[in-house]
Design a protein around this ligand. Structure first.
Ligand code: CP
Length: 334
């Protein structure tokens, strides 16, 4: 199969040939090439067109069974994966830790092996522990897709962010993108750092010193190091910036307060109307859920240059693309 999936091919029911992705699982974007990320985005564009049609389903994953294994709360990622699976005509099973045998002491390994014994082809996992998806690949034969693991990575979020940026600007190469907020605890920041620098953007990370990673160089591949700068000054981060990506302050991961108060955080790092007025071309993004009045002033959340809901719409297309391309790695297609 070529990298361009025509809409007619998207509807093709015959078993697919090798899609050419270098990875059987999607555990993170670290190590993903520009070609593989581009293939996911190009395929997602085709699925965006499918989603705009009156009949929004295609039979591409008919007979493939996918389990959504969510050990942490989620609104966007969970609904969007489930929608993507159903739009592709997969058989879908939903699992959440509450109400399951986890409360009786069952381990992740045993839960996964029991689920796989029911003939599952793909597992989508969100987990509070970094590395849980990688661990799962050693327990089961199914294709594993990371829907967010601890503070490690959230690859499909970064892919949908990249699609949204590319849709807006027609490119990512050469753009100046600032990621603002709780970088240290953010899996979204990590996946975006890998994806955006691989795609040729210049990235600034900005936040209180206490929320910036101590060893940034360890996070980045060699090619990315020259493309990332760090600042604790919001004005510096917004100066000449094309896209400001604000991140949620993750009170639940901090354990202790790493900044004086939410009000002070908003005053120093919150994007407000005065910033939108001073930077007339600035595009604002946020992965959600947004703490209104903290990372973004409430009128910025609803601003016409805030692409937050476009990100959500693109999430379904990106996840359809990931599922479609990675289904080739299931035994069913082997
Ligand atoms: N962006 C994101 O991961 O949102 P959810 O936690 O609602 O899935």
């Amino acid at each position: 199969m070529t990298s361009d999936v025509e809409p007619e091919n998207v509807q093709d029911q015959s078993p697919k040939q090798d899609t050419g992705l270098a990875h059987r699982h999607l555990l993170g974007l670290e190590g993903w090439s520009r070609g593989d990320i581009g293939r996911v985005l190009d395929t997602a564009v085709q699925f965006r067109e499918v989603l705009d049609r009156p009949i929004r389903s295609v039979p591409s994953l008919r007979g493939v069974t996918v389990v959504n294994l969510f050990y942490e709360p989620s609104t966007r990622t969970r609904i969007s994966f489930e929608l993507a699976e159903k739009r592709l005509s997969a058989d879908v099973v939903n699992f959440s830790s509450s109400g399951s045998s986890i409360s009786k002491g069952e381990t992740l390994r045993d839960t996964a092996r029991n689920i796989e014994a029911m003939k599952i082809d793909m597992v989508i996992i969100r987990h509070g522990s970094a590395g849980a998806p990688s661990f799962l690949t050693r327990c089961v034969d199914a294709v594993v897709i990371n829907a967010g693991d601890g503070a490690h990575e959230h690859p499909t979020q970064a892919l949908l962010d990249a699609l949204t940026i590319r849709e807006q600007f027609g490119r990512i190469e050469g753009l100046r993108i600032s990621i603002i907020g709780d970088i240290m605890h953010s899996r979204v920041a990590r996946s975006n750092l890998h994806a955006l620098t691989t795609l040729g953007a210049d990235v600034t990370i900005c936040g209180p010193a206490s929320l910036l990673p101590v060893h940034l160089d360890r996070l980045l591949g060699e090619g990315a190091r020259g493309r990332v700068r760090v600042t604790t000054c919001l004005d510096e981060a917004l100066d000449g910036c094309d896209v400001a990506m604000a991140l949620r302050i993750q009170m639940e991961r901090q354990g202790r307060s790493l900044f004086p108060s939410v009000r002070e955080y908003h005053e120093q790092f919150g994007i407000r109307m005065e910033h939108m007025e001073a930077h007339r071309d600035l595009i604002v993004m946020h992965p959600g859920p947004v703490n209104r009045g903290v990372e973004l002033a409430t009128d910025v959340v609803d601003h016409e240059r805030a692409l937050i809901l476009n990100q959500v719409t693109n999430g379904v297309a990106v996840r359809m693309s990931v599922l479609y391309l990675m289904a080739d790695g299931t035994k069913r297609h082997a």
